[in-house]
Write a protein that binds this ligand. Structure first.
Ligand SMILES: [Zn+2]
Length: 237
């Protein structure tokens, strides 16, 4: 019997895993009916198997949970990164826009502009300061001293860039010209209403000069009353 027990115990792992031959299976089952010792041995094998499966399942659950957490963390990190990149882009664009496009009117001071009349009568306005961002002009027929006159109002703006950072190019003449049909009002067909000869004066605007085009004559006169005369035709008083 002892020898048989040894043989059965050798076979029990195969029997347990259901990989032994039919003859071995019959022999083992027959022996298990008679031998308590081998039956106990098989029971302990089953218990070990169940225990090991429970441990495996617990480990797998732990692993799955950790994997889930890692996935969540990765998603969160990606989300934070994407939002950060988006914020950085928005801040960069806002900063860029502020520095290069936010306009600050340049207040008139002595010798900011000088006027030069070319041989063909074009009025050249020269900007004598460091740099500017944009020029705005507005042509209007006004009544001054009882005479109707066509005058040009002009003002310059800085951006933060031109005010604080940009360096003027050497030998660069900052000039624009009135009278080449660009700076003079046109009608709907693009035909020039005024010619350079009609312009009698150029003023630099100060104060509230937004929406000049929408203003009534009265509002316009009020908005432009402090404009500084920078040039006028000699023949006009
Ligand atoms: Zn036995």
């Amino acid at each position: 019997m002892k020898n048989l027990c040894e043989i059965v115990k050798d076979l029990l792992p195969l029997y347990h895993d259901d990989v032994c031959s039919n003859e071995s299976r019959s022999m083992v089952e027959k022996h298990l009916l008679e031998c308590n010792d081998c039956k106990k041995y098989l029971d302990s094998m089953n218990n070990d198997f169940i225990q090991s499966n429970i441990e495996k399942a617990t480990e797998q659950a732990k692993f799955d949970r950790l994997k889930g957490l890692k996935k969540k963390l990765f998603r969160k990190t990606m989300m934070i990164s994407a939002v950060s990149v988006l914020c950085a882009i928005v801040v960069f664009l806002a900063g860029f826009s502020l520095i290069f496009h936010y306009e600050i009117p340049i207040l008139y001071e002595d010798e900011l502009l000088s006027v030069d009349i070319a041989d063909d009568g074009v009025i050249n306005i020269l900007f004598n300061s460091k740099d500017y961002h944009c020029i705005y002009t507005y042509t209007k027929t006004i009544e001054k001293n009882g005479i109707e006159q066509d005058v040009v109002f002009v003002y310059y703006t800085d951006s933060i860039w031109t005010k604080y950072f940009s360096k003027p190019h050497k030998n660069e003449v900052k000039q624009f010209s009135i009278g080449n049909n660009i700076m003079v009002d046109s009608d709907k067909n693009g035909e020039s209403i005024l010619s350079k000869e009609d312009i009698t004066a150029v003023y630099y605007l100060i104060g509230d000069y937004k929406n000049l085009a929408q203003m009534s004559n009265e509002e316009f006169t009020k908005a432009t009353q402090d404009a500084i005369l920078i040039w006028k035709k000699c023949t006009v008083l």
